[in-house]
Design a binder for this molecule. Structure first.
Ligand SMILES: *[C@@H]1O[C@H](CO)[C@@H](O)[C@H](O)[C@H]1NC(C)=O
Ligand SMILES: *[C@@H]1O[C@H](CO)[C@@H](O)[C@H](O)[C@H]1NC(C)=O
Ligand SMILES: *[C@@H]1O[C@H](CO)[C@@H](O)[C@H](O)[C@H]1NC(C)=O
Ligand SMILES: *[C@@H]1O[C@H](CO)[C@@H](O)[C@H](O)[C@H]1NC(C)=O
Length: 191
C-alpha cells in the first residue's frame, strides 16, 4: 500500500517538475497566416525628374544633394544623399497621357552608397468620381528588387483609417529622367 502511494507521489513529482517529459507531442509547425485583403487597387504613377532643361514637364525636383553633388543631376554613389520632391500624376493604366485619377505627392531620398535604394514617404491624393480622399505610404524601396513592399499607414475620405501593404514594381524607366511605378495596393483594414 505504502509503496504504491510513494510511487504515485514520485510519479507526480517527476511530471510536475519536468513537464517536458509529458508533452512528447511534436510542436505544431509555425502557422502560415494567409490574410485576404478587404480592398485591392492597382495604379501607376509617373515621375519626370528635372534635369536642367525640362522645367515645364518635370513632376519631380532634386531639392537636396550632398556637398559633392548638385540639384540638377543625380549624385554619384547611387544617388546617395539626394532628396527628391514629387507631384506625379496617377493613372489607371501605364500611359503617361491617360487622364489622371489623382496625384502622388511626397518625397524620396536615396539612403545607401553601395546600392540603389530609397526611402519613400508620400500620399495618393484622389479627387475623381471614383475616389475621394487620400492614402498615405511609407517605407524602404530597394529599387533593384523586382517588387518592393511598403506600408500603407493610413488614409482619409474613402480610405478612412485604411492600412495595408503596397507592392511597388518599376514598370519602366528612361535614364535618370523618367520612371513609372506600378502600385498594387492591398488593404487589410477597411472601414
Ligand atoms: C514634354 O513632354 C511632351 C510629351 O511627353 C514631349 O512631347 C515634350 O517634348 C516634352 N517637353 C520637354 C521640354 O521635355
Ligand atoms: C552638377 O553636377 C554635374 C555632375 O557632377 C555637372 O556635370 C554639372 O555641371 C553640375 N551643374 C551645376 C549647375 O553645377
Ligand atoms: C476636387 O475636384 C473638384 C471638381 O473638379 C474641385 O472643385 C475641387 O476643388 C477639388 N478639390 C481638391 C482638394 O483638389
Ligand atoms: C532585395 O533583393 C535582395 C537581393 O536579391 C534580397 O537579399 C533582399 O532581401 C531583397 N529585399 C527585399 C526587401 O525584398
Amino acid at each position: 500500500m505504502q509503496a504504491k502511494t510513494l510511487f504515485s507521489s514520485l510519479f507526480l513529482l517527476i511530471f510536475l517538475f519536468f513537464p517536458s517529459i509529458s508533452s512528447s507531442a511534436p510542436t505544431p509547425a509555425k502557422k502560415i497566416k494567409s490574410y485576404k485583403p478587404c480592398k485591392r487597387l492597382v495604379f501607376y504613377f509617373h515621375d519626370i525628374v528635372y534635369d536642367g532643361e525640362n522645367a515645364n514637364n518635370a513632376t519631380a525636383a532634386i531639392v537636396g544633394a550632398p556637398r559633392w553633388a548638385n540639384t540638377t543631376k543625380m549624385a554619384g554613389l547611387n544617388h546617395f544623399g539626394d532628396v527628391v520632391v514629387f507631384d506625379d500624376p496617377i493613372t489607371l493604366d501605364n500611359n503617361l497621357h491617360s487622364t489622371p485619377v489623382g496625384r502622388a505627392q511626397g518625397f524620396y531620398l536615396y539612403d545607401k552608397k553601395d546600392i540603389f535604394t530609397a526611402w519613400l514617404g508620400f500620399s495618393f491624393v484622389f479627387n475623381s468620381t471614383e475616389h475621394k480622399g487620400s492614402l498615405n505610404f511609407a517605407g524602404a524601396d530597394p529599387l533593384m528588387n523586382k517588387t518592393r513592399d511598403i506600408s500603407v499607414i493610413g488614409g482619409t475620405g474613402d480610405f478612412f483609417m485604411a492600412r495595408g501593404i503596397a507592392t511597388l514594381m518599376t514598370d519602366a524607366f528612361e535614364g535618370e529622367v523618367y520612371f513609372r511605378l506600378r502600385v498594387d495596393i492591398k488593404l487589410y483594414e477597411c472601414w
